[in-house]
Design a protein around this ligand. Structure first.
Ligand SMILES: C[S@@+](CC[C@H](N)C(=O)[O-])C[C@H]1O[C@@H](n2cnc3c(N)ncnc32)[C@H](O)[C@@H]1O
Length: 276
């Protein structure tokens, strides 16, 4: 496993994923007395954007710092900006919260949170990030297996799936774990992040997902036309079981990113695999 999220923290894809994650958490808390959140690919918990990896990639400069500087960020980004500033003592940077700190900071005492990470170095950072939260558990275990095993064991399951896509079977494992989680908890909600490189790969994934659920909300950030399959041309959030009330926030985040961070020919697409 070579992937280090520290290179990518705070980039355009994190903005979409994390703004939607926070909006979904709030919507689900309003509906559900107890949540059991499983973060299948948690990473380090939080990131230093002034560190060598982030500075080398420059992705945060083109992401969170552009968002902050823009002055026209829609309301959907307000919770993420607030959490980013809180982590930095009220200032803009250099620390950026990953999904574990965003989730743990948004949960209630009776909710449960399991964060999975396989890399030794990122797991040590994750464990330290989550130490203040009694309801949160850092687990050095495979996230797909953990989600399938934990769903349906108390609390409504909310599963964030955010793999590095280094392995060719990641798409197949996402479909498998979606099937297994829904079998154990039909009320479960899943939020899946994917890169957008070429359309065939993404279409094949959606077609496979449709064999296990007929209720997916898809939000595509196409930064530019998907012409070069060797490039990450955008990213998508695919949500299974998401409440309809989330759609305006999903659209606002996705459209702003394309308009302000995208290139000529970019587009935002928000659609459901079936009519809601
Ligand atoms: C994209 S990063 C996660 C970023 C994080 N979700 C966030 O938003 O802040 C993916 C992480 O998954 C870890 N990983 C890869 N395969 C895994 C697996 N099967 N189970 C758990 N973690 C895995 C990688 O080491 C990497 O740190």
């Amino acid at each position: 496993m070579n992937y280090r999220h520290a290179f990518h923290a705070g980039n355009f894809a994190d903005l979409q994923k994390h703004a939607i994650l926070l909006a979904l958490l709030e919507a689900l808390k309003a509906q559900t007395p107890t949540l059991s959140v499983i973060d299948t690919h948690a990473g380090a918990g939080g990131y230093d954007l002034g560190g060598e990896m982030a500075r080398r990639s420059g992705e945060a400069e083109a992401g969170i710092f552009r968002l902050i500087e823009s002055g026209d960020a829609p309301a959907v980004f307000a919770p993420l900006i607030a959490r980013f500033r809180a982590m930095n003592g009220g200032q803009d940077g250099p620390l950026y919260p990953g999904s574990p700190l965003l989730i743990a900071g948004g949960l209630r005492r009776d909710d449960r949170y399991t964060a999975c990470e396989l890399r030794d170095d990122d797991f040590d950072l994750l464990r330290r990030s989550l130490a203040p939260y009694a309801f949160a558990q850092a687990s050095k275990a495979d996230g797909f297996e953990t989600a399938a095993a934990r769903a349906g064991r108390g609390g409504r399951a909310f599963v964030l799936i955010d793999p590095p896509f280094e392995r060719p079977d990641d798409y197949g494992r996402i479909v498998g774990v979606t099937r297994d989680v829904l079998a154990r908890d039909p009320d479960a909600v899943l939020a899946i992040w994917t890169p957008l490189k070429d359309l065939e790969t993404f279409d094949a994934f959606i077609r496979a997902l449709e064999t296990v659920t007929d209720d997916a909300l898809v939000a595509e950030v196409r930064l530019r036309p998907l012409l070069d399959p060797m490039k990450m041309n955008g990213s998508a959030m695919v949500m299974v079981g998401a409440p309809a009330s989330i759609e305006p926030a999903v659209a606002a985040a996705t459209e702003w990113i394309v308009q302000r961070l995208g290139q000529k020919g970019g587009s935002a697409r928000i659609w459901r695999t079936k009519a809601a």
